[in-house]
Design a protein around this ligand. Structure first.
Ligand code: NAD
Length: 362
């Protein structure tokens, strides 16, 4: 029998609890079918934690996460807390939890479901077969460098410094190579090595590390070219690895290829197998409590957790296949429905996915 995996569950705010509930149903079904075992514990985080505990990240929630093998997070935030002081904002909790858990990379898959090709702004024939992952370095680079203003010869100047060290580049490169090894074994490393010194160190380091992964084909691509190629030939990419700011921009661009924010999963990883998994979308306060949110992003985040943290590829595949099957059968939540009058609710979508999960494909 499989060992018990501990999962810290953070429902959060807005639609967070609704979408997490569906993801947990999916997880339970995989226990029944594949014999995996999960032990879940819920913790307060975000706006609800501010209301009940006076801080967005209570110590007990952090301890719970540190004791677990993976974290499943819904979403946090909402207008109720938007005007709070910085330390009493849900977003401050998000930055703190990533730092406290040592999460240095952010992984975002962008997969085109054939039946949703029309939801994208790109032509269906350009999108055909797109299935890529952006691996973004999360804790270094220009967002974390020294920032200051000064008086220059022409008046006020602002300075943002971009720093990367070899260790930071090596660890994210290894993670990306390892992810590529589980897929089509192609890695595109994105930089701006023609002008930036940090990018030249990035490229040198990635090349050196590539010697340990001879089965992965490595390509270097300048960030401006990558931004263009993602729109021109998205299906030619498999895994893309890049530094923090380039990754911030490119992962949003890649996300938009799919056309709907309700479909996008993500992972933040640290050393080892531990990871925090969450949908890319926020707490959607405009539709919270109505039972109409799309749970697929959170369900696919569970599949990502199974792959990246637990190596449960069979269960991950079964979940992804079930989602595809339900979509192919024409079921849609409001955000992805063409005919909104036929849209189904959050629970109905979850139930259909659960019912479609099976060990062996039809
Ligand atoms: P959002 O992603 O919450 O919503 C944007 C739009 O997409 C809304 O119209 C919403 O209804 C829709 N949408 C999002 N997810 C959906 C789903 N699963 N199903 C159907 N429709 C969905 O972004 P926002 O409105 O900019 O932010 C709302 C709050 O969420 C803010 O407080 C923001 O700070 C927070 N936020 C949190 C996270 C996170 O927890 N990681 C990420 C982004 C935003």
């Amino acid at each position: 029998m499989a060992d018990v995996k501990k999962i810290a569950v953070i429902d959060g705010d807005g639609i967070g609890p609704e979408v997490v509930a569906e993801a947990l149903k999916v997880m339970k079904k995989t226990e029944e079918i594949f014999g995996y075992r999960f032990e879940t514990e819920h913790g307060l985080f975000g706006g609800i934690a501010i209301d009940e505990k006076g801080t967005p990240l209570p110590q007990e929630t952090l301890e719970m996460c540190k004791k677990s093998d993976a974290v499943l997070l819904g979403a946090v935030g909402g207008p109720k807390w938007d005007n709070n002081s910085k330390e009493l904002r849900p977003e401050t909790g998000l930055l703190a939890i990533r730092k406290e858990l040592g999460l240095f990379s952010n992984i975002r898959p962008a997969v085109i479901f054939d039946c949703l090709k029309d939801a994208s702004t790109l032509k269906p024939e350009v999108l055909e077969g797109t299935d890529l992952i952006v691996v973004r370095e999360l804790t270094g680079g220009i967002y974390f460098g020294e920032k200051f203003r000064r008086e220059g010869a022409n008046g006020l100047e602002a300075v943002d410094t971009c720093v990367y060290n070899v260790m930071e580049i090596e660890r994210i490169a290894r993670q990306a190579f390892e992810i590529a090894q589980t897929r089509s074994k192609r890695l595109a490393s994105v930089d701006k090595a023609n002008v930036l010194e940090t990018s030249r160190l990035w490229r040198e380091t990635v090349i050196r590390i590539s010697a340990d992964y001879p089965d992965v084909e490595l390509e270097h691509i300048l960030v401006d070219n990558c931004a263009m190629q993602l729109l021109r030939r998205p299906s030619s990419f498999d895994v893309i690895v890049t530094e923090n700011m380039f990754g911030d921009i490119l992962s949003d661009e890649a996300a938009m290829l799919t056309g709907s924010i309700g479909m996008l999963s993500s992972a933040s990883l640290g050393e080892g197998a531990f990871g925090l998994y969450e949908p890319v979308h926020g707490s959607a306060p405009d539709i919270a409590g109505q039972g109409i949110s799309n749970p697929i992003a959170t369900v696919l985040s569970v599949a990502l957790m199974f792959r990246l943290t637990f190596g449960y590829h069979d269960a991950a595949e079964a979940i992804e296949r079930a989602v595809k099957e339900v979509l192919d059968a024409g079921h849609r939540t409001g955000d992805i429905a063409v005919d909104k009058s036929k849209a189904i609710g959050t629970t109905a979508m979850g139930d259909l996915i659960v019912a479609a999960i099976r060990k062996n494909p039809k």
